[in-house]
Design a binder for this molecule. Structure first.
Ligand code: ZN
Length: 480
C-alpha cells in the first residue's frame, strides 16, 4: 500500500480513462496482412514489443475485417484489444474505441452499448471512481417516445457545454460511434462529464497530467470495457497471429552477471495494508510482501541471477534508526532511503518493490504497477512496469484467478505530482535516488475480500512471485 490522500482519487485515477495511443516501439512491422484479415500488435500492452497482438479476420463467415475497413479502420475504431469471443450469445471483438458485435441477420456489425452493459454489471460506482462518470438518467415517459424524439432530447443534454457538444458531433456519425447521451453533462468536481452509451466525454476544470484546464478528452468504450473486468480475461490476452498465446511464461536465464534487488514493502512497525477474515485470521501486507519477495529471489537465483533482498525478515530496513536523508528527523522516508541505498550499493540492474494494495473502499481490487516517468531512464521504467503488469496478470490468470487488470500508472498520478520515494528522482525530499530502472508492484488488494482470499493461498502467492520473476527476467533479457 502506498499512502495517499483519498480525496484525490477520483481525479487521479481518471488518468486511466484517457486513451493513450501506442507509440512505435521498434522497427519490426507492428501490423501485417494474414489470411482473410490483418494482425495488429499495437495494443498488446507493450506498445507492440514482443510481437503478440490480435487478429481481425473474416473467418467463419463473420466479416469483422471487412466491416472494420468499411467503418473506417484504426483511425475511427482504434486497434483491436481482444480476440473475437462469444459474449451474451453473440460474437464480439473489442477495439480501443468500440466493441463490435456481429449481427447474423444483416451480416454486418453494430457496436455494443458498453456503458449500458457496465451499468447492468453493477459497475456504475467503479465508473464514478475511475472515470468520474455520472449515472444514467431517463427521460420522462422515455419508453413511449419515438427514437428520433429520444435522440433529440438526449442530444439536447449537450447544449449546456458547447465544447463537449462539439466533440460529440466532431465524428462522422456520432450516434453510431458514441450512441446517445445517457446522462446530462454533470459537474463531477474536477471535470464536466457526460456519459454516452459507448464513451465518456470530459471537459477538465483543472490542469491534470493528461489535459489542461478547459480541454476535452474522450474516454473510449472499448478500453474502459477492458479495464472494468467485464470482458473475459482470456479474450484480452494477446497472442501470435496463429492464436498461440505469446505471454512470457518462462523465466529467462541470466545472460551474464545480473543483480536484482527486490524490496519487500514495509516491515516491523510499518504493517502496510491489513485485512481481518471472518475466522479471525489477520493478513498483514508486510508479511505477504516478504513471502512473495523471498520466492521471487528463489526463482531468479535458480535461473542464475544474483538477488539481494532489502529485508529478509520482519524488520525495518533502517535498522539503526539513523537520519539517512539528513532532514533532521527519523521517519518512514529514512527507511525508504535505506532501501535505495542498498540497491545502489549492490549496483543492481533493476530494483523492484513488492507491495499489495489497500483502499478505504473494500470494493477496490485488482493488479497495478507503478513507475516513474521523470528519470533519464524513464522509458526503461515504463517498459519494466508494462512487462511486470502483464506478467503478474497472466501468472495469476494461469493459476486460476482472473484479477482485474488496472494497468500501469505513474507514481505522480496518485500522489499529486509527487514521486514515490523509492522510485523518484533526487530532489527536495529524496536525498539519494536509485540509479537503475525500478517499478513498484501492487499485486492484489489486501483490503478487498476476494483479493485477500487469494493472498491467503499458497498457490496464488507462488503465482505472484512467478509473475515477478518471469517479468524481471524478460525485462533484463531484452534490456539494451
Ligand atoms: Zn504497501
Amino acid at each position: 500500500m502506498i499512502v495517499l490522500r483519498v480525496a484525490l482519487l477520483p481525479l487521479l485515477l481518471a488518468l486511466a480513462c484517457v486513451t493513450a495511443f501506442p507509440r512505435q516501439a521498434h522497427a519490426a512491422p507492428l501490423d501485417y496482412d494474414i489470411t482473410a484479415g490483418h494482425f495488429y500488435s499495437q495494443a498488446n500492452g507493450e506498445a507492440g514489443a514482443g510481437g503478440s497482438g490480435f487478429s481481425v479476420t473474416d473467418k467463419d463467415g463473420i466479416a469483422f475485417w471487412s466491416e472494420f475497413q468499411r467503418l473506417g479502420g484504426v483511425a475511427v475504431l482504434g486497434y483491436p484489444i481482444s480476440h473475437r469471443f462469444i459474449w451474451k450469445g453473440t460474437v464480439v471483438q473489442a477495439f480501443q474505441k468500440v466493441v463490435m458485435q456481429w449481427q447474423p441477420a444483416t451480416a454486418s456489425v453494430s457496436f455494443v452499448n458498453i456503458f449500458d452493459e457496465l451499468r447492468d454489471a453493477g459497475k456504475d460506482e467503479w465508473l464514478k471512481v475511475v472515470c468520474s462518470t455520472p449515472k444514467q438518467v431517463w427521460l420522462e415517459n422515455e419508453s413511449s417516445l419515438g427514437w428520433s424524439e429520444v435522440a433529440r432530447q438526449r442530444q439536447a443534454f449537450l447544449d449546456v457545454n458547447p465544447k463537449i457538444k462539439a466533440a460529440y458531433f466532431a465524428v462522422a456519425d456520432p450516434v453510431m460511434m458514441f450512441g446517445l447521451p445517457a446522462s446530462r453533462v454533470e459537474d463531477m468536481g474536477n471535470a464536466f462529464v457526460v456519459r454516452l452509451q459507448r464513451a465518456v466525454i470530459q471537459q477538465w476544470k483543472v490542469n491534470t497530467p493528461w489535459a489542461k484546464a478547459g480541454e476535452v478528452t474522450i474516454a473510449n468504450g472499448g478500453d474502459i470495457g477492458k479495464q472494468s473486468g467485464i470482458l473475459p480475461a482470456d479474450a484480452l490476452q494477446p497472442s501470435g497471429p496463429d492464436g498461440a498465446v505469446a505471454v512470457p511464461q518462462a523465466i529467462a536465464p541470466a545472460s551474464g552477471a545480473r543483480t536484482v534487488v527486490i524490496d519487500p514493502g514495509h516491515g516491523d512497525k510499518e504493517i502496510g495494508a491489513s485485512y481481518r477474515f471472518a475466522d479471525g485470521v489477520v493478513l498483514l501486507e508486510k508479511d505477504i510482501n516478504l513471502k512473495i519477495a523471498q520466492r521471487v529471489a528463489t526463482l531468479l537465483r535458480g535461473a542464475g541471477y544474483r538477488v539481494v533482498l532489502t529485508r529478509d525478515a520482519d524488520v525495518a530496513v533502517n535498522r539503526t534508526g539513523a537520519d539517512l536523508n539528513g532532514d533532521g528527523k527519523v521517519t518512514a522516508d529514512d527507511d525508504l532511503q535505506a532501501r535505495i541505498d542498498i540497491a545502489n550499493k549492490e549496483k543492481a540492474n533493476v530494483l523492484v518493490s513488492v507491495h499489495n494494495n489497500g483502499h478505504p473502499s473494500p470494493d477496490q481490487h485488482g493488479t497495478e504497477v507503478y513507475y516513474n516517468d521523470k528519470r533519464p531512464f524513464a522509458s526503461k521504467n515504463l517498459r519494466l512496469a508494462q512487462i511486470l503488469q502483464r506478467s503478474l496478470v497472466s501468472s495469476l490468470a494461469s493459476a486460476g484467478y482472473n484479477t482485474l487488470d488496472r494497468g500501469i500508472r505513474t507514481d505522480a498520478s496518485i500522489k499529486q505530482g509527487e514521486s514515490f520515494y523509492i522510485l523518484g528522482p533526487q530532489g527536495k525530499r529524496i536525498a539519494r535516488s536509485s540509479e537503475m530502472p525500478a517499478a513498484l508492484g501492487e499485486s492484489l488488494f489486501v483490503s478487498n475480500p476476494t483479493d485477500a482470499a487469494q493472498l491467503r493461498s499458497d498457490t496464488m502467492i507462488q503465482a505472484i512471485a512467478r509473475g515477478y520473476a518471469v517479468g524481471i527476467s524478460q525485462f533484463l533479457s531484452t534490456d539494451s
